[in-house]
Design a protein around this ligand. Structure first.
Ligand SMILES: Cc1ncc(COP(=O)(O)O)c(C=O)c1O
Length: 378
């Protein structure tokens, strides 16, 4: 038989699946994969039930139903004072993951280079490789996960087509400073490359406000903003995401979307179109809940002797391991001996070995789950 795609043959099982499987086999409490162990809000689920019963069950328009695109645009205006044209500057995708995939295929040619700040979410690498482009990693340095200006400058060349920034940042919990984003923006203007800003944790920041990359000066002209409702509404299984950007880029991203999935589940889009415009009270509760969960886990881990790095955003916390420990072995040991599953962070790096010194805990869990995990870790 002839060989399969050379690119796809290199893909292996993701570390999230491996750890989740191992957690189940060992009956460990799972603080590894990034999704809640509780259901999303009942009022949003009820909106979906209503849509299912209102015969909204055929293909949706490929760009996304207009009321959802309008609700998304309306929220960027009221939360960030960012003007978005619902008709031409938004495409609804199957989660942020599909938006990232379509953006890479829409923008990249073989030979193009994409600067990625590591540690990074694993779908970036696969999407860039499937587009035939080359990943150029730049390492965010622990414990504050800053980038080295010279390393970043050296990573950019005339071949750079795109830089991917994830803010707030998984797995580190970092929120980039205004100076850092401004620096990235200056480089993008100087070397004429695009920015892909993955902002799926936009509503999960602690003590700092989220500011989309596209709102820095004229960066909107070269930035694709990607987000989704999975994290914000604790409905990761719904996979309602989007890409926002200049109309010509969105048209190209949509061209890929129409031939990959065509559209997103219509009843869920109707539910989200209502939920997004009614989310203000929910958001207050959501932020308070996650602040409490963060405090439970960070304080508890410190009491257990972990060297944690306080997250400014996301629902993850990183812990530095004692000298001589290795992340993968340490995670396996925690699952087997302490019955708690976490993520070894070396999986998020391709250049540096910094990840071997850290593990990631997820606190998108019921308080009780966190408390029981901490009891195990004592
Ligand atoms: C940084 C980042 N981007 C994108 C995603 C995927 O989002 P979605 O579930 O909307 O595809 C995740 C999920 O964990 C993530 O952490």
């Amino acid at each position: 038989m002839k060989p399969l795609s050379n690119t796809v043959e290199q893909f292996t099982e993701s570390i999230f699946s491996t750890m989740t499987k191992m957690a189940m086999e060992n009956k460990a409490i799972n603080l590894s994969q990034g999704f809640p162990d509780f259901d999303g809000p009942r009022w949003v689920i009820d909106l979906a039930t209503k849509a299912l019963n209102e015969a909204k069950n055929q293909y949706a328009p490929s760009m996304g139903i207009l009321p959802l695109r309008q609700a998304i645009a309306h929220n960027y205006q009221r939360f960030y004072n960012m003007k978005v044209d619902a008709a031409s500057e938004v495409v609804v995708t199957n989660g942020a993951t599909e938006a990232i995939f379509c953006a890479c295929l829409a923008l990249l040619n073989p030979g193009d280079e994409v600067v990625v700040l590591e540690p990074f979410y694993d779908s970036y690498l696969a999407s860039i490789q499937l587009a035939g482009a080359k990943v150029v990693p730049v390492t965010l340095k622990a414990p504050d996960f800053h980038f080295d200006i010279e390393e970043l400058k050296a990573a950019v060349s005339s071949k750079t087509k795109l830089l991917i920034v994830n803010n707030p940042h998984n797995p580190t919990g970092k929120v980039f400073t205004a100076d850092e984003i401004a620096f990235i923006g200056d480089l993008a203007r100087k070397h004429d490359f695009y920015l892909l800003s993955d902002e799926v944790y936009e509503f999960l920041t602690y003590d700092v406000a989220h500011k989309p990359t596209a709102t820095y000066g004229d960066l909107k002209d070269r930035t694709i903003t990607i987000s989704s409702t999975g994290k914000t509404f604790g409905l990761t299984g719904w996979k309602i995401g989007w890409a926002i950007g200049p109309a010509n880029l969105i048209k190209a991203i949509h061209n890929v979307h129409q031939f990959s999935t065509f559209c997103v589940a219509q009843p869920l889009q109707w539910a989200m179109s209502e939920a997004l415009i009614k989310m203000d009270d929910y958001l207050v509760e959501f932020k308070a809940d996650y602040l409490r969960k963060k405090n439970i886990l960070v304080k508890g881990l410190k009491e257990c002797g972990f060297n944690t790095i306080e997250p400014k955003g996301t629902y993850f916390v990183m812990a530095m391991l004692p000298a001589g420990e290795n992340d993968v072995d340490y995670c396996k040991k925690l699952i087997i001996e302490k019955k708690v599953a976490t993520i070894p962070t070396s999986a998020f790096y391709i250049k540096s070995d910094e990840g071997t010194r850290m593990i990631r805990f997820c606190f998108a869990k019921q308080d009780e789950t966190l408390i029981n995990a901490l009891k195990n870790l004592h």
